[in-house]
Write a protein that binds this ligand. Sequence first.
Ligand SMILES: [Zn+2]
Length: 58
Amino acid sequence: MSYAPLPTWPAEPEPRPDCPRCHELDEQRTTAHQRGDLTAMTDCNVLLRRHINDQHTT
Ligand SMILES: [Zn+2]
């Protein structure tokens, strides 16, 4: 019997290279990662995922 993977981090959303908003949030996330701010990283992922769902889904 195998264990299901634990629900830790949700998969990180993929920023669109041609979108300024994606780029902005991706930079914020990178900055947060560099200073070890997991809360800010999670916030950026939430914002980025929401933005992608709103703007980049057909
Ligand atoms: Zn975008």
